[in-house]
Design a protein around this ligand. Structure first.
Ligand code: 7TS
Length: 399
């Protein structure tokens, strides 16, 4: 659907039509998003918030308008809860640093899952090493379902926070975060949702999930690189200290003492990426116009179709066959190295990702060094899946 909006999809690689199946890494951008960036630099550019002049006010309106669009998109209560960051990784580092300072002490526990992206592991290891907290890891079964019974037993009076990807970037598993958040809250803990792989693919409503934090990246939802979101409940953010100091985040500075700006600016030091935020707002409008439900249905159908077709290939092994799964298909074929698969598919015009997918603990759980991964977006088609499977068959025959 809407392929014509994505100029890059018309290009060829190695004189073959491009089949772009690396959408979990980043999506392509529709013309309206690229035009918004152009428009911003050609006709609006000025630093936000500080200026009284025309352009600065216009830029500020667009930047703050984008914040309101994000608020609506995830159904946050107020824009005070929507903090712009560079992306999921920065959002997670912000939360880890600030939440730890406000709430964690030696012996406290933070729960992660075995399928977390490195971005939701390493910042917590920094915190562990600095504060002496304990990290616990929820295991999963072979199909890629988290073990909720094990999770239940992990929640203690020392648990302060649970961090869980809404959708695994490798397995595609949709984790039951609403239920898991309720369990965390019952134990007196907070709940963080890494929405990097969910927000682009189906409706995510922070009030419905009742999560305390939600993070995601603009570039995975047809927006530009370098912009992302950290949502946090207002009462929680009020209690957390700033992450970085500098311009924008202050109320008053003397050499003795600084007071901070109100939310969300307290967490936004320095000139924000107002070009990126505006373009992200345009991307969210674009998704809303098509309808996130329609996108979800299309991608679901494509994923089922792809797995059904891929099963025809001898030696096909899938990683991640959860009951609820989105548009990510990780696989290996026989003992062919995933890197060889990826390299040869690339020569046939098919872009997939291979390697550890920034989830090495999950690779260890699955007993492999790496995997190949195809991931879909709204513009992918069954014809592309057919061409991908044909290319895969050709590659497999070579071995
Ligand atoms: N969390 C999840 C679940 C992700 O999939 C990713 C990126 C991140 C965090 C980090 O996002 P970033 O925008 O800050 O980099 N995942 C991938 C991927 O699967 N392939 O490339 C990047």
């Amino acid at each position: 659907m809407n392929r014509q909006d994505f100029p890059i999809l018309e290009r060829e690689v190695y004189k073959r039509p491009l089949i772009y199946f690396d959408n979990a890494a980043t999506t392509q951008k529709p013309r309206c998003v690229v035009d918004a960036i152009d428009e911003m630099y050609y006709h609006v550019n000025a630093n936000v918030h500080r200026g009284i002049h025309f352009l600065s006010q216009r830029a500020t309106d667009l930047h703050e308008g984008a914040r309101e669009k994000v608020r609506q998109f995830i159904n946050a209560r107020t824009t005070a809860e929507v903090v712009f960051t560079r992306g999921t990784t920065e959002s997670l580092n912000l939360i880890a640093a600030s939440f730890a300072q406000a709430f964690l002490k030696a012996g406290d526990e933070v729960v992660l899952t075995v399928m977390e992206h490195h971005s939701d592991i390493v910042p917590w290891q920094f915190v562990r090493d600095r504060y002496g907290i304990i990290l616990k890891v929820i295991p999963m079964d072979d199909a890629g379902h988290l073990d909720l019974e094990a999770y239940r037993t992990m929640l203690t009076e020392k648990t302060r926070l649970v961090c869980c990807c809404h959708v695994s970037n490798v397995l595609g598993t949709v984790n039951p975060v609403k239920e898991m958040a309720r369990m965390a809250h019952d134990a007196g803990a907070r709940f963080l949702v890494d929405g990097a792989q969910s927000v682009p693919h189906f409706k995510v409503d922070v009030q419905e999930l009742d999560c305390d934090f939600l993070v995601f990246s603009g570039h995975k939802i047809y927006g530009p690189t370098g912009i992302g979101v950290m949502y946090g409940k207002e009462e929680l953010l009020e209690q957390m200290p700033p992450y970085q100091g500098g311009g924008e985040m202050i109320s008053r500075v003397t050499f003795e003492r600084t007071t901070y700006e109100r939310l969300p600016y307290k967490f936004e030091a320095g000139t924000p990426d107002y070009v990126g935020s505006h373009a992200l707002g345009v991307a969210l409008d674009y998704v809303a116009e098509i309808g996130i439900g329609r996108i979800a249905a299309h991608e679901q159908e494509l994923t089922c179709y792809a797995m059904q077709r891929m099963r025809e290939i001898e030696g096909m092994r899938f990683f991640g066959e959860a009951r609820e799964k989105t548009s990510v298909v990780a696989f290996n074929v026989g003992d062919i190295h995933p890197m060889d698969l990826g390299t040869l598919l690339d020569r046939l015009g098919v872009a997939i990702r291979t390697g550890h997918h920034c989830a090495q603990p999950l690779m260890a759980r699955c007993g492999v060094e790496g995997m190949a991964r195809a991931s879909f977006a709204l513009y992918n088609t069954k014809e592309e899946v057919d061409a991908f499977v044909a290319a895969l068959q050709r590659v497999v025959r070579m071995f």
